[in-house]
Design a protein around this ligand. Structure first.
Ligand code: 3H9
Length: 694
């Protein structure tokens, strides 16, 4: 047999090998190959078949690149039906990950062997879908509706040991996939094991209370999503029907999900997350060595960066000012690691080893002499940073990468403090740095290519999502943030309340609205930002000043129990405060603004118009490479709802002409921040979309 599926005969045992790199997705050719192999097996003398995959993993699912195109026969559910219908037993061997359609293929086999360290999962909900090749029908028959629903609504990857305990697989093995399959096949022959079809099993009894509790939990955890509850309903209703009818129900639900904008948005997010990490300009460029990392500053950010490095196998030398600060930083890192132990993410022994062997906290800059890459995370002041870089230039070895974690300062100016500006780069982490996935990699005018490659290599080592950014105030993320935060303030000045703005945006899908975020970050942060930006404001620019009043009143947000909201035992998440309304009303009065009412839709439209327009400027100026880099920045660093795909994808879905009309209306109303982006105007004139630039 030609193509990605091969058939081999080993005496009484047939081996069907899938070889479709990189992840053995069930592309059209694989589906055709599996049908042909099943037919060949039926007509051949072999008594048992082993289904095994080549390379690093079993099948990772349907081929996502085929989604959105006209589906071609044979469809995956029919392929799996052909395998399951075999009159002779089929054993599959799971190594790596069996995900989505890949796990569904395994469920269609009569016996499942799993390698230790392998995982299964039904992550379709992460793509705005639900399992569409029997996952909602076979898995509940095998293990029950509630455990199955937990798997496909959480998209969790289930470990081999747990799969064995749940009855998902028959045996664990430590052999290689081929040997593991051959051993089980010999057992099938020796013990005369017969076909055992999951589709013919009856569903274990369902605990109605547990099911209701799960549905409630899933609805709460996934606001705005449609696929999770639809998947549970499909399992419940489908398993009441004969299997074939249940499969029809699942197919219909799958296709309904396939038509949703959520599916398109989440698949855009999936591929964009991967595309940002491979820069065409870095093809063939070798990164520099990364073993020892220096961190300057052991505050929240520096400590988080150190923890992130330690947890990912890099050793760290952290520099603090004096003995007292050294002790404080060390204790902070130890506390964060202890928390990882408590949450089961790290063993206590491993934690002790990291603290003893991999971490040095000191006030002696000379200890950085072996560091391959140093990340400065000190106070956000150009003077302080310049002082640090002058010291680094003196002590670091030639070829060491010198990085600044600044969130808006000019990286070129910082680089100019050294005799080696080609080694200087911005690495902008997001707090908490050991948790947040985004890493903006800020490339300055003289940064060498292999230094950029080293930034990307560090991101990979730390399991972060790297986005290349150019130098400007705030780079990609904070520059766009500044604009839409101002747009929100203007709406409040015009009559919306901060609470209405937050609620409208939370209903749109943001985890928190901008004023709830301000309270969490601290009103003092916004105050300092406004002071810093005041001299850069353009004529005609408006912004809200009530934050300064809150700051002067000591209403610093959550940490003081009052900010835009009041936080107490009765309302730990905050409740609106009429006093804040009064403060804002006084500002409107002083500025001669007659308040008007806003609809929630209007709030979302204006906020998104500001975000998209600034995003277009960032792309147009080359600060971001492509619109998808803006999307990934907002998705991974700023809580943009994944099911909307990012602001630029959302803009395409709404229609760029409509977005431009909103931008122009706001600009004509007198707000300079809405000056239309030339790129947006050009795309509309040419009838193109942001996706055309990805
Ligand atoms: C489904 O199965 C629906 C069914 O229920 C019903 C059907 C009727 N297709 O992530 P990596 C590419 S829905 C096509 O960097 P890792 C990926 O883009 C599907 N391509 O590697 C990348 O390409 P490039 C349910 C895919 O080792 C390369 O493979 N399944 C697919 O970090 C390497 O990927 C999923 O949602 C695919 N299915 O992680 C699983 N998967 O090199 C999605 C990957 O050009 N996949 N690629 O950038 C994953 O979660 C991870 O890729 C995996 C490997 C864990 C497998």
């Amino acid at each position: 047999m030609e193509g990605p599926v091969r058939y081999e005969s080993h005496g009484d045992i047939a081996v069907i090998r899938i070889d479709n790199p990189p992840v053995n997705a069930t592309s059209h050719a694989v589906r055709e190959g599996l049908v042909a192999a099943a037919a060949h097996f039926a007509a051949s003398p072999e008594k048992v078949a082993v289904l095994v995959a080549e390379g690093r993993t079993f099948i990772a699912g349907a081929d996502i690149t085929e989604f959105g195109k006209t589906p071609k026969e044979p469809h995956l559910p029919d392929v799996i039906h052909r395998i399951e219908a075999s009159e002779k037993p089929v054993v599959c061997v799971i190594h790596g990950t069996a995900l989505g359609g890949g796990f569904e293929v395994a469920l269609g086999c009569h016996y499942r062997v799993m390698l230790k360290g392998a995982r299964i999962g039904l992550p379709e909900v992460n793509l705005g879908l639900l399992p569409g090749a029997g996952g909602t029908q076979r898995l509940p028959r095998l293990i029950g509706i509630v455990p199955a629903s937990e798997i496909f609504t959480s998209a969790a990857q289930v470990k081999a040991e747990d799969c064995l305990a749940l009855g998902i697989v028959d045996e664990l093995s430590t052999a290689d996939p081929f040997e593991a399959g051959m051993t089980f096949a010999r057992k099938v022959l020796a013990e005369g094991l017969q076909v055992r079809r999951v589709s013919e099993m009856s569903v274990p009894p369902t605990d109605a209370e547990a099911l209701a509790a799960l549905k409630k939990k899933v609805a709460k955890a996934n606001p705005g999503h449609v696929c999770h509850l639809r998947a549970i309903d499909t399992a419940v209703e489908g398993t009441r029907l004969p299997f074939a009818e249940g499969m029809k129900l699942e197919r219909a639900a799958f296709w309904d999900m396939m038509q949703t904008p959520q599916r398109a948005a989440m698949i855009h997010a999936f591929f964009s997350e991967r595309k940002v990490a491979s820069l065409p300009e870095l093809k063939g460029v070798e990164p520099r060595k990364l073993a020892q990392i220096g961190v300057i500053g052991g505050g929240t950010m520096g400590g988080g960066i150190a923890v992130s490095c330690l947890l990912n196998g890099l050793s760290v030398v952290l520099i603090e000012r004096d003995a007292e600060a050294v002790e404080k930083a060390h204790n902070g890192i130890a506390r964060t690691l202890a928390d990882s132990v408590k949450r089961g993410k790290l063993g206590a022994d491993a934690r002790d080893m990291l603290l003893a062997d991999k971490l040095l906290v000191t006030d002696d800059y000379a200890r950085l002499s072996n560091a391959d890459l140093v990340i400065e995370a000190v106070f956000e002041s150009m003077e302080v940073k310049k002082d640090v870089f002058t010291k680094l230039d003196a002590v670091c070895k030639p070829g060491a990468v010198l990085a600044t974690n600044t969130s808006y300062l000019d990286v070129d100016e910082i680089a100019a403090m050294t005799k080696r500006p080609e080694d200087v780069i911005g690495l902008h982490f997001f707090s908490p740095a050991h948790v947040m996935r985004l890493l903006e990699i800020v490339v300055a005018a003289k940064t060498a290519k292999d230094v950029v490659a080293t930034g990307f290599a560090l991101a990979k080592a730390l399991k972060k999502v790297p986005v290349r950014a150019g130098v400007c105030d705030g780079f990609i993320g904070n520059r766009i943030l500044k604009t839409y935060r101002t747009a929100a303030d203007i709406m409040v000045l015009e009559g919306a309340s901060p609470f209405q703005v937050d609620k409208a945006l939370e209903d749109f899908g943001f985890a928190m609205g901008p004023y709830a975020v301000a309270d969490l970050a601290g009103i003092d942060i916004g105050y300092l930002t406004r002071k810093r930006l005041a001299p850069t404001r353009k004529p005609g620019e408006r912004w809200g000043e009530w934050g300064d009043v809150l700051y002067e009143m000591g209403r610093l947000g959550r940490k003081t129990g009052h900010g835009h909201y009041v936080y107490d035992e009765a309302s730990p998440k905050g409740r609106p405060d009429p006093e804040v309304e009064e403060i804002i009303a006084r500002e409107r009065n002083a500025k001669g603004i007659t308040p008007r009412s806003f609809t929630d839709a209007e709030i979302v439209e204006r906020y998104m118009a500001a975000m998209i327009n600034e995003g277009a400027k960032v792309v147009g100026e080359g600060i971001a490479l492509r619109p998808l880099d803006v999307d990934v920045t907002k998705l991974f660093g700023y809580g943009f709802p994944r099911f909307r795909g990012g602001p630029m994808h959302y803009a395409d879905a709404v229609g760029l002409d409509k977005v431009l009309a909103s931008v122009e209306a706001a600009y004509q109303a007198g707000d300079a921040i809405f000056e239309p982006a030339p790129l947006l105007t050009k795309l509309v004139a040419e009838g193109k979309t942001f996706a055309d630039l990805n």
